[in-house]
Design a protein around this ligand. Sequence first.
Ligand code: SAH
Ligand code: SF4
Ligand code: F3S
Length: 475
Amino acid sequence: MSNVLYINKPSLKVARNRKDVSIIYETITNLGEHLFKDGYFFIHTYGCQANVRDEETMTGLLTNSGLERTNNVENATVIILNTCAVRENAELKLYGEIGKLKRLKKQKEKPIIIVSGCVVQQEEALELLINKYRHIDIFMGTNRIHHLLDLIKLVKKTNKRVVDVPSDDTTICEGLPVKRNEDFKAFVNITYGCDKFCTYCIVPYTRGKERSRKKEEILKECKTLVKQGYQEITLLGQNVNAYGLDLNDGSNFASLLEEVAKLSIPRLRFLTSHPWNFTNELIDVMSRYSNIMKYLHLPFQAGNNEVLQRMGRRYTKESYLELVNKIRAKMPSIALSTDIIVGFPGETNTQFEDTLDVVRKVGFSSAFTFIYSPRIGTPAARFKDETSKEEKSERFNLLKEEVEKVTEAYAQKLVGTIQKVLVDGFSKKDPNKLSGYTECNKLVHFNGGIDLVGKIVDVKIDYSKVYSLQGKIVE
Ligand code: SAH
Ligand code: SF4
Ligand code: F3S
């Protein structure tokens, strides 16, 4: 494979065995010369908000390099597929998409094709991509986005395919340009990586060591957003509760959240909270600031204690329910959403009942449900799993039914109330109607004019359709 230039190769073993490595803080001041005279770039992002935020940085870098964004892959000089590895089906879809790009290399002007994101961080997947899809030019790791333009330059100069996917990069890069996807809602990273190592999850391997951005940098970014008129900020981390623990200067998530809330952004949210180190101080801060939305995504994954223990989740069904009670005691109207996995290796039918029980007891406003998907390199992929596919999908359907019941009950309670809605734009489903989200993160459709986009309006809820609500603007 002489035409492949390896700068860094990933290793699950290196990712797994990382110790207390120090974080490298780097600030980019020189954003490089114009690489392109003109032309277009195309990016397709799969997966979570971390990937979406990375897309915005890549868009910023490529715009600086002289390219414009296009939704038409045929026109693009640079094509990026920004991938997700959290479950197998996400990965399978990707291979189909990559295959389709091959014909573009037959054009006179051959595009540079880049695969970034979590899939390439996995040794086996990367090897398959390198060997089977020879039209990919650049394999770029999740922590190498700041090298994007240098990697493109290298390909142009050497005509080689380039692999830059380390598993031990602890850089936090500041000062990168960003072109946000939305004009009034923004994601702000507060931590990168994850150190929880839940036994089913690939993220700690693909995103690397858990590390916090410095508080000044986060506040600087948030202040700019407030000045630019943004209406909503979502603070992002795989586990936001871990914010600051690696900084050794006494910072923690609750105090960071409070400082951001004080900047007077109309709406403040955060994603994702692990139930394990969710502090009383955090509950207190959430309850004291009206601009911190009374909505919380709190994944519980499974309801049975033995399953939770084998998942490495570090809490029990009882302590999860206790936490929910504590949160609700301070914020009675808070909406709670969650993530749930069914069919974890060894989960019995009786153990699955505990999951249904938690769904019923908490009454979530929404829930993302997944069938367990083995990820190579994670401990759970080696656990004995004797439950058949059919049985798993039966459990999955039962869970969906239960989730629908509780989310419908939650939505019904909103009927007749007036909700504050941040208007996103015209609805994708019904282009004659506007849509937006309530403070409790429910999608609402209603009639109104384009001038309302980006504004927070009062909407009276007329009826609910489980996943969305219908309403009318009140003057
Ligand atoms: N950091 C976040 C979520 C990361 S992944 C958190 O801890 O909550 C998003 C969700 O995908 C997880 O909450 C989990 O429910 C699901 N997930 C992760 N790995 C999975 C796997 N191997 N199979 C099925 N679902 C998985
Ligand atoms: Fe994955 Fe667990 Fe980390 Fe969430 S906390 S990203 S589920 S390892
Ligand atoms: Fe997927 Fe990576 Fe996010 S695996 S869910 S894109 S952290």
